[in-house]
Design a protein. Structure first.
Length: 336
């Protein structure tokens, strides 16, 4: 299949490119490189053993998108491109609505004009707001507690309206829980610029000695050890989930709008992750328990049953593999 991956040189996009290209698809990366490097494509070329196409462009550039869809004879789009930092979205909401909502709107117009009507969208567990029950299934009410979350929710609603208006659309919204880990080759991984917001890259930098200690945000939650609990899911499992979604959308049942949780169904606490990372790296991870981070919830984990039953997808990699691959990437990634 000919597949366009917007945001294809980013963290989750690059792992999905590696999988889809490795499975023999013609993949085209479309990325403005605002949060990734062209060097990722050189690394992907090494992984897949051939030269991949990167179109350097913005999803808000409808002309370039249309040209790319036509010239590359694209049949399906996986839409990763977007901004993702919650705090930044509170400080600069217009940038988030512009990139995430207007960007998706431009993409949809271009797809409609070119007759491409199969789309897999990167959504997030953030669309569930504060969990009202656990595990969170796809029937859980949606809400948003910050502009980033609202941008994802707006797009999901837009996609649902579109699918309802025209039965030719085949759309899957993939609601990721906490993506972590890196490719088994050690060649690609998460590459946050500046101080990492997320737990796993922060721990990796502490283990490597680049930062003194981890601040654990809150030790008094109603969880087994008092620290936050999340559903960490290996990025390679997420990539498998996108392949499964594309296969499903292409099947006789794929028409319409669908939402799927991508998580393991198992919650781990911040301190469990610290301990597992110490085991995987053989390094100490000093930490200090500090005040709760505003906006955080005690626990969030998925019911992945729908993805298992309908897509035949299940996360296969455990926390040990998540930590080991994140450490390999932290330690050797840049030098490979
Ligand atoms: P990332 O920043 O590594 O990748 C996003 C890519 O999109 C980057 O390469 C960036 O350069 C590109 N991009 C951004 N705006 C663009 C635009 N206007 N035009 C073209 N390219 C653009 O992020 P990621 O972690 O790989 O996330 C991918 C998607 O998954 C995002 O939509 C994000 O909101 C969603 N998501 C991520 C997480 C997570 O924890 N990583 C969780 C839930 C959902
Ligand atoms: N944490 C720390 N110290 C840190 C970083 C995180 O203790 O330095 C804790 C957090 O308090 C939380 C857990 O580690 O308990 C996970 O935090 P992350 O920032 O890694 O992930 P979140 O669950 O907060 O956020 C993720 C995505 C968001 C998305 C959200 C809800 O990064 O994009 O899930 O789906 F909005």
């Amino acid at each position: 299949m000919n597949i366009l991956l917007t945001g294809g040189s980013g963290y989750i996009g690059s792992h999905t490119v590696a999988l889809l290209a490795g499975a023999g698809n013609h993949v085209v990366l479309y990325d403005n490189l605002c949060n990734s490097h062209a060097d990722v494509v050189t690394r992907l070329n090494r992984i897949v053993g051939r030269s991949l196409v990167l179109v350097q462009g913005d999803v808000r550039d409808a002309d370039l998108l249309e040209r790319t869809l036509q010239e590359q004879r694209i049949e399906a789009v996986v839409h990763f491109a977007g901004l993702k930092a919650v705090g930044e979205s509170v400080a600069d909401p217009l940038a988030y609505y512009d990139n995430n909502v207007t960007g998706t709107l431009c993409l949809l117009w271009a797809m409609q004009r070119c007759g491409v009507r199969t789309l897999v969208f990167s959504s997030s567990a953030t669309v569930y707001g504060d969990p009202q029950y656990l595990p969170v299934d796809e029937m859980h009410p949606t809400s948003a507690v910050n502009p980033y979350g609202r941008s994802k929710l707006h797009v999901e609603e837009m996609l649902s309206d579109l699918a309802a208006s025209d039965g030719d659309w085949r759309i899957a919204c993939m609601r990721y829980f906490n993506p972590v880990g890196a490719h088994e080759s050690g060649l690609i991984g998460e590459d946050p610029s500046g101080v990492p917001n997320n737990l796993m890259p922060y721990i990796a930098q502490v283990a490597a000695g680049h930062r003194d200690r981890l601040s654990v945000y809150g030790g008094d939650y109603d969880t087994p050890d008092g620290t936050g609990v999340r559903d960490f899911v290996h990025v390679a499992d997420l990539a498998d989930g996108h392949l499964a979604a594309l296969n499903y959308l292409g099947s006789s049942e794929g028409a319409g709008w669908h939402a799927f949780n991508l998580g393991t169904g198992q919650g781990y606490s911040v301190l469990q992750v610290v301990r597992e990372f110490e085991r995987a790296s053989g390094r100490e991870v000093p930490y200090e328990i500090v005040a709760r981070r505003p906006g955080d919830v005690a626990s969030s984990y998925a019911s992945p049953d729908k993805a298992r039953l309908i897509l035949g997808w299940q996360a296969r990699r455990g926390l040990d593999e998540m930590c080991a691959s994140a450490w390999r990437w932290q330690r050797y990634g840049e030098r490979l």
